[in-house]
Design a protein. Structure first.
Length: 412
């Protein structure tokens, strides 16, 4: 018999209540937090290939993100609630310039505004928390997108279990999807290169076990199934080697195996390795990614894929059988006395995939410059400029700029 997320959540709560000791003293009001984030976003994307369906996407919008997180009531079982209010306002757009991801896409033009309101009931027993309602899970199998004006969210239930030192278990079910530039909740759908036979679903089951062996090593196993679309296993190893006070070396290894569920043709193995050497404020990184199988990497529509070469413009360098590599450089100006100022640049190249009758090739270059004011009347005001260039031998050719001004006001 099918159980709703609420029914499943109540069953889990009862089991937790029998298994775990009472939590530490908590206060519903005194432990509450609230903030308002103001996010001003300008997006410009020029399409340079011959015969482009749309030569430019150019929009400007203002976002308001109101977040409230309560504490928990006292007792063996503590109850709380979280609220999320989102509002996006159009500042500039046009019928020929829409579809930037900042605003909903209209039949003629983007609407003047869109909004969402989400609520999450939560229950805590010992160090474990059950959440039911609006969710923002950040797991290898589901990474909501937050690269535009408003974040993507989901409806469902999620249990986070932290009763064993070093071990975190997340498990649950998602039933509905709120895309980043939409007000309405939708069924879940799969996206990925070359996938056919897909169908909408209201059931995405997931489980992630992450164990931190010590300060240097963390291993993670994740499983997910989007009903009638795909099944996925992901393993991840992250190790940080501290060389001395000035230097460290970070290794991030990932492998995902995805197969069909229902009538789809999903068939993908994805391997990725990323290494970063840090010296004072410098970061030198390199990554390699390899796709194997008949399709690209599958994921829920609108989410970010858990791939080392998922960056800014290319969907993910995850065409069937594609091989890609990345070189990256970061610098934190705090090391030279300018805290809050950061710089990043990277270059990626991919090949070995089909592009009609020829071998596909693509490359991308990104640069980010960001500054967050550290003191004074402008403290916590953030400025960021993102620039990207993408070229391929048969797809889109893109020059893109994003300018983001953000400011978070603590309310509680």
């Amino acid at each position: 018999m099918y159980k709703t997320p609420l029914a499943s959540g109540l069953t889990a709560t009862a089991l937790l209540g029998m298994a775990f000791p009472p939590p530490a003293k908590a206060d519903f009001l005194e432990d509450s937090k609230a903030s308002l984030e103001l996010r001003n976003f300008y997006f410009n994307s020029d399409y340079r290939q011959d015969g482009a369906n749309q030569s430019k996407r150019d929009e400007w919008a203002q976002g308001f993100l109101l977040r409230y997180e309560s504490g928990f009531t006292e007792g063996t079982v503590g109850f709380g609630v979280d609220m999320l209010g989102l509002l996006g306002l159009k500042l500039d757009s046009g019928p020929e310039r829409q579809n930037s991801g900042l605003l909903p896409v209209g039949d003629d033009k983007a609407p003047d505004s869109y909004s969402r309101l989400g609520a999450t009931a939560k229950v805590r027993i010992s160090d474990s928390v059950l959440r039911i309602g609006t969710l923002d899970p950040h797991l290898p199998t589901v990474l909501p997108n937050d690269s535009r004006l408003l974040p993507q969210t989901f409806q469902g239930s999620q249990l986070t279990f932290k009763e064993i030192d070093g071990l975190t278990i997340d498990a649950g079910r998602l039933t509905r999807n709120n895309l980043r530039n939409e007000s309405n909740r939708e069924d879940l759908a799969v996206t990925g290169k070359g996938i056919t036979g897909e169908r909408s679903s209201d059931r995405f089951d997931f489980a992630t076990l992450s164990y931190r062996w010590d300060k240097q090593l963390t291993t993670t196993y994740s499983y997910a199934r989007l009903d009638e679309n795909y099944r996925q296993h992901i393993v991840n190893l992250v190790h940080v080697l501290p060389i001395d006070k000035r230097q460290s070396f970070r290794s991030d290894l990932r492998f995902a195996r995805s197969r069909e569920d229902g009538d789809t043709n999903v068939d993908n193995d994805a391997f990725g390795a990323r290494f970063t050497y840090r010296l004072d404020g410098h970061g030198f990184g390199a990554a390699y990614q390899k796709m194997s199988g008949e399709t690209g990497f599958p994921r829920i529509d609108g989410t970010d894929p858990f791939l080392v070469n998922y960056v800014m413009l290319s969907p993910d360098f995850a065409n069937p059988d594609e091989k890609s590599w990345q070189l990256r450089y970061d610098f934190d100006f705090a090391s030279v006395g300018i805290p809050g100022l950061t710089f990043m640049t990277r270059y990626l190249r991919g090949d070995n995939f089909d592009r009609g009758a020829k071998e596909g090739r693509e490359w991308e270059r990104n640069t980010d410059i960001a500054y967050v004011f550290q003191s004074g009347s402008l403290k916590n005001l953030g400025l960021k400029w993102r620039n990207g260039t993408y070229r391929s031998n048969g797809g889109s050719d893109i020059d893109q700029n994003r300018v983001i001004v953000s400011y978070t006001i603590p309310l509680l």
